[in-house]
Design a protein around this ligand. Structure first.
Ligand code: UTP
Length: 297
């Protein structure tokens, strides 16, 4: 199997308002809320690096400077930790800045994910024919789906998205793919015929829902210029992808079999935190024992 890398630039949109997480997100960016002790955005940066990205391009908004600051070395803090012999803490604070080259663009107003992605075009090199986009409030586990998506782009060209299987009763919360088989030898790869945003359960074209991982051909920027404001008064990335499909551009999904955590709402975030903590040697055993006791009450 070829080792296709994802595009050089991994785009992480982090300019949203995070309204589902108010009041915390009044001052703390949603993307910096810790899953145990590590912000979601650092986890997705690690994922991008593992898949071969070279640059992290963060879309941020005025007032959310902390998101980019998380990836900048803090020499004073590092010096203090080193002087106090706190080696494991030092390794933790050095991790985010050491992962990838980091750049940022500002989205002045939260006009939607499509609008946010449109803001990165001028920050790309002329030779970059595609971008990877990772939503920092979606954790897709175990890793590896981005590499499978890169292989799919190498084979079919165009854009490649990530899908997860969702139960019928939950499907209406998602963007849902209308698909057909691409090649019987790779049943986890499907060709996308269309996408429906939040369909009623009996109208959903499949049980495959969009998860927050994309490899987008550079043609997405033309499509984003062509579409108009959609649901919620926002420029929807889904609408631009639908336009690419309409124009006959290849769009595929890789079906991910694994866990997906939605960090964008308190309920999903808590599940992720518990899931990650249970796997840790430092917090797992005590948390497990406490949970058992608590659930018996
Ligand atoms: P979400 O819709 O989950 O984030 O967008 P949100 O808008 O911040 O959250 P709510 O609905 O108000 O609670 C997915 C990702 O896209 C980014 C968000 O920061 C998040 O990481 N985003 C969204 C932008 O960068 N700009 C936007 O205009 C909208």
């Amino acid at each position: 199997m070829s080792q296709s890398k994802i595009p050089r630039t991994a785009v992480v949109p982090a300019a949203g308002l995070g309204t589902r997480f108010l009041p915390a997100t009044k001052t703390v960016p949603k993307e910096l809320l810790p899953v145990v002790d590590t912000p979601g955005i650092e986890l997705v940066a690690e994922e991008a690096k593992s898949a071969g990205a070279e640059r992290l391009l963060i879309i941020t908004s005025p007032g959310k400077d902390g998101v980019v600051a998380h990836f900048v070395q803090d020499l004073v803090l590092e010096h203090t930790l080193a002087a106090r012999g706190k080696e494991s803490m030092l390794a933790k604070v050095r991790n985010a800045p050491s992962l990838l080259e980091v750049a940022s663009v500002i989205q002045d107003q939260p006009l939607g994910l499509g609008h946010a992605v449109g803001c990165v075009e001028t920050a790309l090199g002329d030779d970059e024919d595609a971008i990877a986009v990772l939503l920092p409030d979606d954790l897709v586990l175990p890793g590896g789906v981005l590499s499978a998506m890169a292989r799919t782009r190498a084979e079919y060209g165009g854009s490649v998205l990530c899908a997860i299987e969702v139960d019928d009763e939950k499907i209406s919360a998602y963007g849902v793919f209308d698909v057909e088989d691409a090649d019987p030898a790779t049943p986890h790869v499907k060709r996308v015929k269309g996408m429906v945003e939040k369909p009623a359960a009996d109208e959903a074209p499949s049980n495959l829902a969009a998860a927050g991982r994309y490899i987008l051909d550079r043609k997405i920027f033309d499509a984003l210029r062509e579409i108009t404001t959609g649901a919620g008064g926002e420029l929807q990335l889904t609408d631009a992808i639908a336009l690419l499909i309409e124009k006959g551009e290849p769009v595929h999904v890789v079906v991910h079999h694994g866990t997906r955590h939605d960090l964008g709402n308190p309920g999903g975030y808590l599940k992720a935190a518990v899931d990650f903590a249970l796997d840790r040697d430092d917090y797992g055993p005590e948390l497990r024992a406490w949970l058992r006791e608590r659930l018996d009450q």
